[in-house]
Structure formats: structure tokens, C-alpha cells
Design a protein around this ligand. Structure first.
Ligand code: HEM
Length: 350
């Protein structure tokens, strides 16, 4: 649905009121008490009140002369002209109906040298078919070999990192496009691509996507509040730039905490009502210094009971797996590490 004009928005007035009051829209699941994020979509109480009052007042059009200028949208890349574009090797045929398994499409970079990526934008071929796309870097070493590069979901912004900060794509890496397609009733084709802009200035800090996870999780059947914990300890001082929670359909809540060497605990990000459909990175307004010895803890709760309307099978003992009916528990953490430091996971954490 489009909400560009009064005529388009007016029929949705009641739905807008409900979705704003319940917090379903705009989609933002972080508890506002913890952390300030650059990509925060949430409305202030005053903004919510304005929308609700508009609906309660009969959703009038108001004076056209007071209307804001229509939003300007960019056709094509929203990042500067990419230095390189990688595309799915062929179109994927999306059927009209049914549930489509995630597609994992490898695209070799054929890079003969390491590349520092300063900006990245994933562009779907057909926006009506792409539920989301996540592009990860597989450096072929089999160690931490699925590093997050960039993603797309409706409404998402291209990834533009701070000057001096970049992601490393090593020579010989393969980009893996994780594609989630949604059937719309009309069959179609998609060929999604990613554009990369390389760093033009010296890079001082490498962004490293780390995973705090528990691949051994086993969620008992019927359990409505099953807790899973995972943590890792940072060996060197680093800066925390962003976080992202990942679970599947039984995910209920997720929390990131820092336990500092002096024993103090700080909640970094709290997602009290996890929603599988909305899994953004939460980028900190100010990257947070984590002294050596800081433990990053993640706590997830899962609802494997019949009360969870998204639960594919409450009778199943659920373990880790790639399919949505399997589970995962990953706290992605983006950390900034000085480039002259050893970046192997072994060197960074224990
Ligand atoms: C003040 C801001 C917003 C308002 C008032 C709003 C309003 C709405 C409404 C009324 C619906 C239909 C809900 C229903 O079916 O009952 C909806 C759905 C949706 N909105 Fe928003 N929205 C806002 C912001 C956003 C943003 C920022 C995004 C993307 C980042 C977004 C993405 C979506 C999507 C993908 C759906 C379909 C969800 C589904 O089918 O489950 N919305 N929105």
C-alpha cells in the first residue's frame, strides 16, 4: 500500500491508529530505555499523539497549502556509483503461491587482493517478491566464514560506514546471497544485486561482525519460556558499533549485556518482544568502548508452546538449523578493531 498522498492514506486511518498505538508500526522492537541508535524508526509520544488525534478527529485533509513537500525518492543506487556490482548469476523464478525455502546463492568475487568496503547496497530485482536479502562473506577458510556484509528489507537504508571504518572482503571470497522470497499470488522473477564502494581513504578500523551464539541449543517441546544464554569475552579493547538479534519463529525476547572487568553490568540492547519479521542491525549513535576483558552476554527466550501462533510444531524438540522450523540463537555484534591488530576470532575473543 502507498501512503504518499492524502487519498492513499485516508482509507488506512483506523489501521494506522491501531498499529501506532500497539507499537506494531513503525517497526522498532528495541526497549527505548537502553541505547541510542542511529537507525531508530520509533515515534516520540508527541508524534504518536498527533497521528492518533488526527484519526480520532475524523482524519481530515487539512489545508493543502500547509502540506509538506512530497518525499523525493532516488531511482537507482542510493550509494555513490559502485566500484563493483555483483549480481545473482541467473533470475530466480518465484512461484505465484506457496512457501518458498530460503535460497543461498553463491557469487564468487574473483578478487585477487583484499578489498576494504566503505559502502554497500543490496538492490532487489523485483521489490514485490523479495521479503529480505542478506549478503554474507565466505572467505573460504571455514573459520568465522559467514561474515555479514549487507542486507535489504523493505524500508532499509544502504550501508554506509563511518569514514575510516570499513568491512574487509578478502581476496578469493565468495558472497552468499541469502534470499527470502514471498509469493504474492502472481509469479515473477528476481535477480538481486549488491553494489560496493571501496574505501578511498586509509582505513583505521575494521568492522568485524562477530556472533555470540549457542549452536547446541535444544528447546523442549511445549516449553513456553525456554532460556538460552551465550557469551564471549573480548581480549583487546574494541569499540562496539552495532548489534542484531537472530532467532527463528520461536524467538520471544533477546537481550545483549556487557559485563565489564570491574563487575558492572550494562544492558546494551533489549528486545522484549522479538519479531521474526523485523531483524534490523541496531547501530549505536556513539560506538561504545569495551575494555579488554569485557564479556558480551546474550540471553534469549523461546516459546515452543502451542500458544505461540508462529510455532510450526509445539511437539518438536527443536535444535539449531537453517530452516525457519529449526532454531537459531545468534547475537550479532559489530565491533571496530584497529586495522593493525590480528583480526582472527582466536585473537579477539575467548
Ligand atoms: C509512522 C509510520 C508508519 C505507519 C503509520 C505505518 C502504518 C502501517 C499500517 C497501517 C500497516 C498495515 C497494518 C495492518 O495490516 O493492519 C502497515 C504495514 C506494514 N508496514 Fe508500516 N507504517 C509505518 C512505518 C513503516 C516503516 C518505517 C516500515 C519499514 C521499515 C514499514 C513497513 C511495513 C510493512 C512491511 C508492512 C506489512 C506488514 C505485514 O504485512 O505484516 N512501515 N504499516
Amino acid at each position: 500500500m502507498a501512503l504518499m498522498t492524502y487519498e492513499q492514506a485516508r482509507p488506512w486511518a483506523k489501521a494506522i491508529r491501531t498499529s501506532v498505538i500497539t507499537g506494531k508500526m513503525p517497526p522498532w522492537t528495541a526497549d527505548p530505555h537502553y541505547g541510542k541508535f542511529t537507525n531508530d524508526l520509533s515515534l516520540s509520544p508527541a508524534e504518536k499523539q498527533t497521528l492518533v488525534a488526527w484519526v480520532d478527529g475524523g482524519a481530515p485533509e487539512g489545508n493543502e497549502a500547509d502540506a509538506p513537500k512530497p518525499a523525493a525518492f532516488t531511482e537507482g543506487w542510493r550509494i555513490p556509483k559502485p566500484d563493483v556490482v555483483f549480481e545473482m548469476p541467473q533470475e530466480f523464478e518465484v512461484p505465484a503461491k506457496g512457501v518458498i525455502d530460503y535460497q543461498y546463492i553463491p557469487v564468487p568475487t574473483h578478487f585477487t587482493e583484499d578489498k576494504w568496503v566503505q559502502m554497500a547496497e543490496v538492490r532487489p530485482g523485483d521489490r514485490s517478491l523479495v521479503h529480505h536479502s542478506i549478503v554474507v562473506i565466505d572467505d573460504g577458510t571455514g573459520v568465522n566464514n559467514e561474515e555479514y556484509l549487507a542486507g535489504y528489507a523493505p524500508g532499509s537504508e544502504p550501508q554506509i560506514w563511518r569514514p575510516g571504518e570499513a568491512r574487509l572482503v578478502k581476496a578469493g571470497s565468495t558472497l552468499v546471497f541469502q534470499m527470502h522470497y514471498a509469493a504474492t499470488g502472481k509469479a515473477g522473477r528476481d535477480r538481486t544485486k549488491i553494489g560496493l564502494v571501496f574505501a578511498k581513504k586509509p582505513v583505521t578500523e575494521r568492522l568485524v561482525a562477530m556472533q555470540v551464539m549457542d549452536p547446541m541449543l535444544a528447546i523442549p517441546p511445549g516449553n513456553g519460556n525456554f532460556r538460552v544464554d551465550a557469551s564471549l569475552t573480548i581480549k583487546h579493547p574494541v569499540k562496539l558499533a552495532g548489534m542484531r538479534a537472530h532467532m527463528h519463529l520461536r524467538g520471544k525476547s533477546f537481550q545483549f549485556r556487557a559485563v565489564y572487568p570491574n563487575g558492572d553490568t550494562e544492558i546494551l540492547l533489549d528486545i522484549p518482544k522479538y519479531d521474526f519479521n523485523w531483524q534490523p542491525y541496531y547501530y549505536l549513535e556513539t560506538p561504545k568502548l569495551l575494555p579488554a576483558g569485557t564479556r558480551i552476554e546474550c540471553t534469549a527466550y523461546f516459546d515452543n508452546s502451542a500458544n505461540n501462533p508462529f510455532n510450526p510444531d509445539p511437539a518438536a524438540l527443536v535444535r539449531w538449523g537453517p530452516q525457519t522450523w529449526d532454531e537459531m540463537m545468534i547475537g550479532w555484534v559489530d565491533i571496530e578493531v584497529p586495522v593493525n591488530q590480528d583480526h582472527s576470532l582466536h585473537a579477539l575473543v575467548h
